[in-house]
Design a protein around this ligand. Structure first.
Ligand SMILES: C[S@@+](CC[C@H](N)C(=O)[O-])C[C@H]1O[C@@H](n2cnc3c(N)ncnc32)[C@H](O)[C@@H]1O
Length: 240
């Protein structure tokens, strides 16, 4: 398994800690995605790039019937296991590879929070997501905002280069920046329909936690979050 983009070792531990209470994760991206998810009671959820299990825990708390988390980093999987115990199925897997351990059309919801930009084989991954999601099922995706990447990394807005972002105590995370056209184009090209797109800003509570970062999210969009649907089959397509 390669998964070089996965947050291995201590970097994973630092990410898990940050994701628990940082303004960007706990008060911005995650609440926006959970709101997009809506009522998940009784649903079967697949969390790709599940990190430290924060989404898995949130979906279980909201009454999901079943959660499977997939993650390439051993240290993050351990953090996820600690967070959700035996309440979720957790699996180590490189998202550059097909999800061949999952059967067709078994999930009602697939969530990919801040992970798609790390993956090179995005076309393959999105085709796999479509395969394992039932017709009519929901796909939730968040990513770094293209204008935020452009402001931070400079160069051409249309560049699709791999960028490097300093993270934690001396770590670097790498991902491929995408334009809005590429991000949405790939999701539409994979056969999903966009239902809602939001540019998440930090919740009011974050003002107390970290006023500087709270203000930043209200001046500059840092993330994009979308809810998509796998269309139901056309009735005629099911006739022999
Ligand atoms: C920004 S973190 C988001 C984690 C989690 N979804 C959340 O929002 O809390 C990106 C996650 O994707 C995982 N990841 C990146 N590339 C991966 C790959 N090729 N295979 C599996 N996991 C990968 C990382 O290890 C990390 O957990």
């Amino acid at each position: 398994m390669t998964a070089e983009t996965a947050y291995h070792g201590e970097m994973g531990e630092q990410f898990a800690a940050q994701a628990t209470d940082s303004v960007y994760h706990a008060y911005t991206d995650r609440p926006a995605m959970l709101e997009l998810a809506g009522d998940v009671r009784g649903l079967r959820v697949l969390d790709l790039g599940c990190g430290g299990g924060h989404y898995a825990a949130a979906f279980l708390e909201r009454g999901a019937a079943h959660v499977t988390g997939v993650e390439g980093s051993q240290s993050l999987l351990a953090a996820a296991r600690e967070r959700v115990g035996e309440r979720a199925v957790l699996r180590r897997h490189d998202l550059e590879e097909p999800l061949d351990f999952l059967r067709d059309e078994v999930f009602d919801v697939v969530v990919m929070a801040l992970v798609l930009h790390h993956v090179e084989a995005r076309e393959q991954l999105l085709a796999e997501v479509r395969r394992v999601l039932r017709p009519g099922g929901t796909l939730l995706v968040s990513t770094t905002h293209p204008t935020s990447d452009w402001t931070y990394f400079g160069g051409s807005y249309f560049a699709d280069d791999r960028v490097e972002l300093p993270f934690g105590d001396g770590f670097t995370l790498t991902y491929r920046r995408m334009t809005l056209e590429v991000f949405l184009g790939e999701l539409l090209g994979a056969g999903f329909l966009v239902e809602k797109l939001v540019e998440p800003r930090a919740m009011e509570e974050a003002r107390r936690v970290d006023p500087r970062r709270y203000d930043k999210t209200h001046r500059q969009p840092l993330f994009l979050a979308v809810r998509l649907r796998r269309p139901c089959r056309h009735p005629r397509a099911e006739r022999p």
